[in-house]
Design a binder for this molecule. Structure first.
Ligand code: GDP
Length: 365
């Protein structure tokens, strides 16, 4: 399963946010594929479509889909040189599929900032530099191996050496590998390098609990947004402290609290949805009388693989995917009506599953 790592300097609010994530707590029994590990928090993906489908189908139960956040504690300056628990942290980052970079935007004299003042851009650059240095090392090691073969005119080696040189130039210019444009062929080579700076990233601006409503005027938030814009990265504004309070509430209580705060959706829910997108994940639904359920898939997979997410037998014996889009189903009002109006398609093995598909798999046992 894909996971997003929560990264940031010490004392920026990572643990507070991660606690909110584990508190909000998904029922892990529903998600046997998820990792059981204290550093992993399972979150359910908020999706209004699931509520709508439940109203329509009136199943016995409704199960949202979920994915994982991994807490990557305390990276510090010098990590790439083994400072702190440096290399260990970097190897944890290597294992995640996307990065949520938490940045301190709150002022609080009682809480020490590692470099003395609250300066979000300098914080971002400190971490990014460690990741860049680690990648430079990866690239140097690989280049050493490939260069010899490239000199002997080995075609593949020549191509790879070219890619490595391109990455090296960008990194030396303090640019992340994700900012470089590659051809599809080159992209395959880049993937094999597992670079830290090629992972998709978003920034989490952690503001004080009393600053949530005026976040758009918060100079630190504005700086983070400006920085992120240059990287085409998203910024989610949250107050980790408020999130940890919200996470203790459920249903109605939560809604009332959000109303009091004057916001329509909690920062954590926004973060969850943005991270889901960042990981390249999407949702299809199954809707029967027993159960209406959301399932996570990686964008770009075909119907049999999507069936395999439910059960390997579904993939092995796949015949067809009876498919209707969420919108068509809601517009027509029921599965039977959707069928009457010709909105239900019988899709085969080559069908690329789309976000919002409501699917009934037909398979041989
Ligand atoms: P970490 O080192 O990045 O994991 O940071 P923590 O989550 O442990 O937070 C460090 C300190 O900052 C703790 O005392 C938190 O209570 C505090 N903190 C986190 N978020 C906020 C916030 O939004 N406002 C204020 N005032 N304090 C916060």
């Amino acid at each position: 399963a894909l996971t997003a790592g929560i990264v940031g300097l010490p004392n920026v609010g990572k643990s507070t946010l991660f606690n909110a994530i584990t508190q909000a707590g998904a029922e892990s029994a529903n998600y046997p594929f998820c990792t059981i590990d204290p550093n992993v928090g399972i979150v359910e993906v908020p999706d209004y479509r699931l509520g709508k489908l439940t109203e329509l189908v009136k199943p016995k139960k409704t199960i949202p889909t979920a994915f994982e956040f991994t807490d990557i504690a305390g990276i510090v300056k010098g990590a790439s040189q083994g400072e702190g628990l440096g290399n260990q942290f970097l190897s944890h980052i290597r294992q995640v599929d996307a990065i949520c970079h938490v940045v301190r935007c709150f002022q609080d004299e009682n809480i020490t900032h590692v470099s003395g003042t609250v300066d979000p851009i300098s914080d971002i650059e400190t971490i990014n530099l460690e990741l860049i240095l680690a990648d430079l090392e990866t690239v140097a090691k690989r280049s050493q191996r490939v260069e010899k073969m490239a000199r002997q005119k080995d075609k593949e080696a020549v191509a790879e050496f070219e890619v490595l040189s391109k990455i090296k130039l960008a990194l030396e210019d303090e640019k992340p590998a994700r900012s470089i444009e590659f051809t599809e062929e080159q992209m395959k080579l880049v993937k094999g390098l597992h670079l830290l700076t090629s992972k998709p990233i978003l920034y989490v601006a952690n503001v004080g609990e009393d600053e949530l409503l005026q976040a758009d005027e918060n100079p630190n938030v504005l700086k983070v947004k400006e920085f992120a814009k240059n990287e085409s990265a998203e910024v989610i504004v949250i107050s980790a402290k408020v999130e940890s309070e919200i996470a203790e509430l459920d249903g109605e209580e939560k809604e009332m609290f959000l109303e009091e705060l004057g916001i329509s959706e909690s920062g954590l829910d926004q973060l969850i949805r943005a991270t889901y997108q960042l990981l390249g994940l999407a949702t299809y639904f199954t809707a029967g009388e027993q159960e209406v359920r959301a399932w996570t898939f990686i964008k770009g997979i075909k119907a049999p693989q999507a069936a395999g997410i439910i059960h390997t037998d579904f993939e092995r014996g796949f015949i067809r995917a009876e498919t209707v889009s969420y919108t068509d189903l809601v517009d027509t009002g029921s599965m039977a009506a959707a069928r009457d109006k010709g909105k239900v398609r019988l899709e085969g093995k080559e069908y690329l599953v789309k976000d919002g598909d409501v699917i009934h798999f037909r398979f041989n046992v």
